[in-house]
Design a protein around this ligand. Sequence first.
Ligand SMILES: [Zn+2]
Length: 343
Amino acid sequence: MDVVYSETHLLHAPRRFISRGEWADNPEVPARAINLVAAARAAGHRVIAPDDFGDAPRQAVHSPEQLAFLESAHRRWSELDGAGAEVLPNTHPIRHLAGDPASYPEGVVGQAGWHVADTACPIGAGSWEAACASANVALHAAQLVLDGAPAAYGICRPPGHHAFNDLSGGFCLLNNVAIAAQHMRGKLSQVAIIDIDVHHGNGTQGIFYGRGDVLFVSVHADPTAFYPFFAGYAAERGEAAGEGANLNLPVALGEGDHAYLAAIERGVAAVRGFQPEALLVSLGFDAYEGDPLSPLNVTSGGFEAAGAAIAKLGAPTVLIQEGGYDCRTLGRNLTAFLEGFLG
Ligand SMILES: [Zn+2]
């Protein structure tokens, strides 16, 4: 299987984020992708660099304001008196309030609060370039499958599934899997996304919530007391033309392989019923029992079984890397998943 990887991700190395009221080291580090590509090479997969797909695929998913902000934010931030090294929001519009007349601000501090949901995705000098490369990795993997490959894997970093049309967050700047899915829709009439990262793919859900041509299924830890808190509940089934094309399968905190795999089997059944022409997998390894962010106890064997369950669909499949923050075991868990997936 071809594995798409760009060293440009090295330009994005966020330093910190706030966790439970304390500054903590940001776990979305370059070593994640370095370890994943090493494991892919060790398993004998061909590693290739992505083509540049240009601006249009990003513009098909994200708002012009979001893209202009991400591209210019660090330069503008650096021009502020006393600015820190990374763009971080510290005030936000309360957009859910009915009648709130929130107006779009001109300054970069206000725009950071508008366009970034939390402190987990600091924007540094090379973050935009890395985010664009990550989207190109996803697009190239998708193009390989459109061109006839049964499967391809994109080592996307930064990850993407928490990024909405006009809002970044949760280590994610651009929504790679959504950009790839939209690209595939140019040739295919309907595609499905199954997200097995431990966090709900709230950005992906948001982007496709009103559409019936892209099925979104997410298996994740119950958001009642876990990120992203405000989405990921079973009652969220889509709206308008998307009614029924969104399926959330939350797993209770503390559960392990059995509950995780049962939810994936339900998700696989939903994908089968939708009859997509291609499948995209938001592939996170942060459900792992040793992951610093994990409230679940999934084992490497669990990821192997997850790969096998998804492979049973027999669909042309694009694997898109999302989370997974235990660098020591990311390679092992990727190898396990691919062994299950490729048989
Ligand atoms: Zn995650």
